[in-house]
Design a binder for this molecule. Structure first.
Ligand code: ADP
Ligand code: MG
Length: 323
């Protein structure tokens, strides 16, 4: 009979977080990892933390948490037009719960492997559940998609559909009632976002600026406008919406999700109008709808228009009016 014993920190690292790092000179196990950056590339580095009670509910499915911790970091690479290569994982967990760790590791490793990202190190501690991933990627020198590159006259595009993850949250908080099919779709969008890594890579040399939508379109596009010192006109009717969201668009909460809902991890990017056909072709090639939602202009701020050309008043993270 196998005697159950508490897992030590080293058992945890060895069993759940040590994998062969094919693309590193030296992976986990030493005091630090060694990586060799491809010639002509810049190293792209980012970190994102998931905190219990803030980014997820206590008792959340560990496999989904592992998945999402990696996915949100991949999304940052996508937004930079970078090829993700390596990751580090700093994990605090209240207990050495073998089942939890196995499932967390499975979710994490699965999406990491799918994007050929090697886990090359991290830190493991006992404490309130906290998941911090650092990701490293590469981009050809000078080719990164940045927030500060939008130019007056650029089209503004978004990938996929907006607001589905926020709609799932609104449903969980009983602020809207989704039917079973809508709920399943929106929950998948919330729990298993698809980082648009391939899109980001293909947008290099095509887009002038990009950002991933983690805090909602208005907020994230707002960052691009601020960094690029330009303004934007957005057509509300053109914002790409799923069937689930479209079915509730008469409700204020659904409209707020569409323009300001977070957690979608789609890309918002700008490109010159001369690139329209190329962008649409790219969407077709990736089987990912790419939708033109407005235009960059000189000035400051963001204006949202209804189908009749009326200006919608934006308040905080949402907007009013709507006859
Ligand atoms: P140190 O005492 O130098 O901080 P640790 O004992 O924390 O080293 O970690 C030993 C090795 O295991 C290091 O190479 C570290 O990067 C790796 N490691 C620790 N925790 C994790 C984790 N959660 N995921 C991946 N690698 C980890
Ligand atoms: Mg350590």
């Amino acid at each position: 009979m196998r005697r159950a014993r508490a897992l030590s920190e080293f058992d945890i690292i060895r069993r759940f977080f040590t994998r062969e790092a094919r693309s590193a000179v030296l992976g986990a196990g030493d005091d630090a990892a060694l990586v060799r950056v491809s010639p002509g590339s810049e190293l792209v580095v980012s970190t994102d933390m998931l905190v219990s009670g803030r980014h997820f509910f206590a008792g959340a499915d560990p496999e989904l948490l592992g998945y999402k911790a990696m996915a949100v970091n991949l999304s940052d690479m996508a937004a930079m037009g970078a090829r993700p290569r390596w990751a580090l994982l700093a994990l605090a967990a209240p207990r050495a719960d073998e089942t939890w760790l196995r499932r967390f590791s499975r979710g994490f490793m699965r999406i990491a492997r799918a994007h050929r990202v090697d886990l090359i190190g991290g830190d493991t501690n006992r404490g309130p559940l906290n998941i911090c991933v650092q990701i490293l990627g590469e981009v050809a020198r000078g080719q990164a998609l940045r927030r500060d590159g939008a130019r007056a006259g650029d089209d503004i595009w978004v990938s996929g559909t907006l607001g589905d993850a926020a709609l799932a949250l609104a449903h969980l908080k009983k602020r809207i009632a989704l039917n079973a099919r809508e709920r399943a779709f929106c929950l998948a969008r919330l729990n298993r976002p698809s980082p648009r890594v391939e899109l980001g890579l293909k947008l290099r040399g095509m887009a002038h600026s990009a950002i991933d939508i983690s805090d909602g379109l208005l907020a994230d596009l707002g960052h691009v406008l601020e960094r690029s010192r330009v303004a934007a006109d957005i057509q509300f009717e053109s914002l790409p919406r799923s069937r689930a969201l479209a079915g509730h668009i008469t409700q204020k909460i659904a409209r707020a999700c569409l323009v300001a809902g977070g957690d979608d991890y789609e890309l918002c990017f700008t490109a010159s109008p001369g690139r329209r056909r190329a962008v649409l072709r790219l969407g077709t090639r990736l089987s990912l709808p790419l939708t033109r939602i407005g235009r960059i202009r000189l000035g400051k701020g963001l204006a949202l228009f209804d189908a009749q050309g009326g200006k919608l008043r934006i308040n905080g993270r949402g907007f009013d009016h709507f006859a």
